[in-house]
Design a protein around this ligand. Sequence first.
Ligand code: NAD
Length: 478
Amino acid sequence: MDMPLPTAMLGPDGLSAVFSRMRETTRRDPHPDLAQRTDRLKRLRAIVTEEAGAIEAAISADFGHRCVQETRLAEAFIVEVGISHTLRHLKGWMKPKRVKTEFAFLPGRNRLMPQPLGLVGVVAPWNYPLQLTLAPVAAALAAGNRVMVKPSELTPRFSALLAELVSRRFRDDEVVVIEGGPEVATAFSGLPFDHLLFTGSTRVGRIVAQAAAKNLTPVTLELGGKSPAIVDASADVAVAAERIAFAKLLNAGQTCVAPDYVLLPAGHENAFVEAYRGAVAKLFGDDPGNPDYTAIVCAPHRARQQALIDDAVAKGAKVVWTVADPTRWSNSAKFPPCILLDTTPDMRVRQEEIFGPILPVVPVQSADAAIATVVADERPLALYWFGTDEAARDRVMVETVSGGVTVNDCIVHLAQENQPFGGVGASGMGAYHGEWGFRTFSHLKPIFHRPNLSGLGFMRPPYGKTFDRMLAALRRFA
Ligand code: NAD
């Protein structure tokens, strides 16, 4: 076996060489069996379980501080649960499925055979660098593929560590980590993969989809957007505020499915603000040094949060900080949580995905107005609804389109391995997690078995009376 190059040093030619070698292997060995896939998944899980300390430290160093429990819960745990679920079900998923045969083709038999696509590309963002690299890799390996994965340049320590950990446990024709920034990412997404899964912003998702289209490479796009939390008139505002606070401030708001803004019945703003401030104080206190609260990944992203606030305030919004003195945080890599009141649609904070700990609270006059606000915007990745009025809830479920929903909490739908996870419209296309990931990375090949005894023999020239009678009879059963 050739010695693998450090992937940080790969130029475009090196990238093509890795691609060609891996693609060639998928053509030579197209269908790894259950034992091989199980072994690969276990080796992948071992990275998470055996290297936890190094991974947590690298991610924290990249962020300037990442709460270690958040890395354990929202990254390692999700990956482990996903791999364990897959190991339990993989044998069943891999089996060709019996499919019914139309009367006209009996006694022929149909089978639907899942087949590995071949070589899969995975491009990941920085916000959950472990989960968003390894969960797609696990799904692709389960489906019998080889994988090239490109983590984000904003988490360079983690990316270098992942490259090393993967190269220690995987042959360089099984899984390879490619490090690098937008230039490498551009070259990467231009490779003619058999499938490409991209997680990241809607803006870059459009570029990736165009690059993939040139090769007719099918894409799964896991994108972002503005996920609303609707607090219904039937909700307990304090309970909703507390659950929204946890979800909003997990990873300091740098979560694709974080509640971006809140829609609540006009007149309840004060109750919500008080409950939210109380919840934040209980979760994180008032000290920027609190290790439970994560930093903003880099200075430009931190400056962007401040710019969103400045723009909103200049246009008439009011800031309510949840901490006593936000100036105490100005030398910190962290950004203090706040609520924005009196926002208007012309403000950046109402137009861009916030991706930080700023929460606009938008009063609405009715449930209709809440639905209309959501529907007028791009289709969100997630929607949250709080309340007890089932008819009101069902209206929102039916009349809004979003990637997924959690009712009476936030984010939890993402962790359901028996449900697909993905976006819709501007928040993405395709899905993974559990069997949905297995299917995304498989070609479901329909196979028809023709028996010797079959009416098909009568359905060909020279056409005559027998053909006419057969076709007439079959039409009656169609
Ligand atoms: P990003 O789009 O800037 O970058 C994501 C990846 O794309 C990185 O690896 C980057 O190197 C690569 N990239 C950059 N330019 C590229 C190009 N021209 N061609 C190909 N690849 C390129 O996103 P980000 O800032 O890392 O992550 C934040 C975004 O990701 C947010 O919008 C968030 O909502 C979204 N997100 C979505 C999910 C999901 O599951 N739907 C999960 C996490 C984050």
